[in-house]
Design a protein around this ligand. Structure first.
Ligand SMILES: NC(=O)C1=CN([C@@H]2O[C@H](COP(=O)(O)OP(=O)(O)OC[C@H]3O[C@@H](n4cnc5c(N)ncnc54)[C@H](O)[C@@H]3O)[C@@H](O)[C@H]2O)C=CC1
Ligand SMILES: O=C(O)C1=N[C@H](C(=O)O)C[C@H](O)C1
Length: 253
């Protein structure tokens, strides 16, 4: 079956990757692409005005909307999907608690699958972290993420997800964002470091260190294609499901 997909943020970095990845697949068909700046053609797809999204959803009847935009637009577009009965796959980060609450409300009406990172490697890294942290009880933990110089939110959504994983298996810890001046480490704190440079697609390292050994778990995305592929896998998996909140790990099972 071919899943009818709508893409928001079509002129953005991830929007373009999703359109490029979709063009190479038989299981998805892009029936709509929108952006704040309409009029361009991206990967051979005409980009229409995001302001017209409610009408365009009714007219094109997509099964799933794939959203990589910004926190406010993500919620606005998801609400339009709830009205139109269209499922939502979103990877937009920086939502904050209010944004997640709003997205969960949308999940009462339509299926919603959210992931701060759609790469299979990060899914595997998260499993490794959940195993390593309790196995290395008392070890210091430092999390470092590195992204391109145009990324807006810090720390990354993936870093926040990994921090939640650590809290889940070890109990809530103090998070120390960078250090400056007299700043000795306190027991149990997690250091969090965000670097921005060049065109790096996304790197995450979890360092666990004891007195005579350290373990470093690192993921590097070689290109945004891995995120686009995961998001389209999620769209194909989500289509036709009941309203509710779904996790990317379910797609990988
Ligand atoms: N979950 C994942 O696997 C991944 C998530 N991301 C996230 O996706 C989002 C987009 O990233 P990029 O494509 O690099 O950004 P970008 O800046 O290249 O593209 C964002 C697109 O969304 C639109 N947009 C942004 N804010 C908007 C607003 N308030 N209203 C309407 N449209 C708006 C822009 O016009 C643009 O078309 C970010 O939150 C990023 O962290 C990025 C890569 C992977
Ligand atoms: O903005 C990006 O580029 C990325 N954002 C996501 C995040 O905030 O974790 C995922 C990926 O690392 C790329």
């Amino acid at each position: 079956m071919t899943v009818r997909v709508a893409v928001t943020g079509a002129t953005g970095r991830m929007g373009g990757e999703v359109l490029a990845a979709a063009a190479d697949r038989d299981d998805v068909d892009v029936v709509l692409a929108v952006s704040r700046s309409a009029g361009e053609t991206v990967e051979g797809v005409a980009v229409e005005a995001a302001a017209d999204l409610p009408e365009l959803l009714a007219e094109r009847d997509p099964d799933v909307l794939v959203d990589f935009t910004g926190p406010e637009s993500c919620i606005e577009y998801a609400a339009a999907c709830a009205e139109a009965g269209v499922a939502v796959v979103s990877g937009t980060t920086g939502l904050g608690d209010d944004g997640f609450d709003a997205l969960r409300e949308v999940a009462a009406d339509v299926p919603v699958l959210y992931a701060s990172n759609f790469s299979r490697g990060i899914a595997a890294l998260r499993r490794a972290v959940r195993e390593a942290v309790p196995a290395l009880d008392g070890y210091d933990i430092e999390l470092t993420e590195t992204h391109h110089n145009a990324k807006r939110d810090a720390p990354s959504g993936t870093a926040l997800t990994i921090l939640e994983d650590i809290d889940d298996v070890r109990g809530a810890a103090e998070r120390v964002h960078g250090r400056e001046g007299e700043a000795p480490r306190t027991e149990g704190e997690v250091g969090v470091h965000a670097r921005r440079a060049g065109d790096i697609a996304g790197e995450h390292e979890v360092l666990l260190a004891g007195n005579h050994e350290s373990l470093s778990l690192t993921h590097r995305a070689g290109s945004r294609g891995v995120f686009a592929a995961g998001a389209l896998d999620a769209a194909a998996w989500l289509s036709g499901r009941d309203a509710g909140w779904y996790d990317f790990t379910e797609v990988l099972e």
